[in-house]
Design a protein around this ligand. Sequence first.
Ligand code: NAD
Length: 305
Amino acid sequence: MLHASTPPASHTRSVTMYDPPSRRDPSSTSGGDPDAAVADARRWVDESSRIVVLTGAGISTDSGIPDFRGPQGVWTKNPEAEKLSNIHCYMADPDVRKRAWQGRLQHPAWRAVPNAGHEALVQLERRGLLLALVTQNIDGLHQRAGNSPELVIEVHGTVHDVICMRCGTRGPMQETLDRVRAGEEDPSCLNCGGILKSATISFGQALVPEVIAQAAQAAAEADLFMAVGTSLQVYPVAGLLPLAKKAGARVVIANAEPTPMDRLADAIISGPISEVLPLMCEWRLRERAPRACQGVRGTKSPDES
Ligand code: NAD
């Protein structure tokens, strides 16, 4: 059974950047019925040609990578862990860096494989509907699932690279992890001796302006904006949703918990992402007819190209 909720008609405005009215799409039929909300989203996907998807940690929990703020989140269970993601603590305290490197050795991203939610977004791209896939995730699972790197905008960077905080030299994470395994507790840059860190944007660290500008441009051009598995609490990325809404896009939020932006959504879907995204995104004929019949209809699924 899927879960969905009707966005509240109005409540106190918590969004100050780009604050459009909380008007729902008139073609919405859900009225709180979860299956109807998924059907609405699916119909809007079919009607759209410039879909922008914003993903957060929630799309990767079914691949075994915990989120930060969900009920099983890393910070929910251990608020101290937030320090490891804070740039000021990281730069100032060698002990924080040593713990961070030990954590990177064990990072679940090295073993994780994409789930049905990631694969559904590959289907969107194959159908020619995906304008951009903006992700807050650092795990690289969208590219691994098969989305084109040119369409994936990693606003918070990637854990698969390291970067020197002094000279900016980048390199593969696994090479630096080999140094940690060999006994270096806080490996420094081989080029200049500076502090090394995963090539992710930590809390307190500035985003790359060109990257966030690219994401904002895509959001402004979207005809459908889907926020998937994100608590929509981290700015400026969360501001992409009201930006897209103001520019005229339909908005779908798929997340297990309520978000501060639910009142802007045309549909809210709170079932498990790896179940609901395939229902919303996959190619129509895969569901309606077995593969053998598709040729009889004279229509080819993008899967077969
Ligand atoms: P978040 O932890 O703030 O929120 C994740 C949301 O997803 C929660 O509201 C949770 O209820 C929901 N969720 C979790 N599993 C779900 C499921 N299976 N189905 C439906 N909903 C589900 O995540 P965020 O908004 O992405 O922000 C956290 C920051 O931490 C991001 O900036 C990101 O860079 C980083 N992060 C990344 C990863 C990753 O790369 N996989 C993992 C943890 C944190």
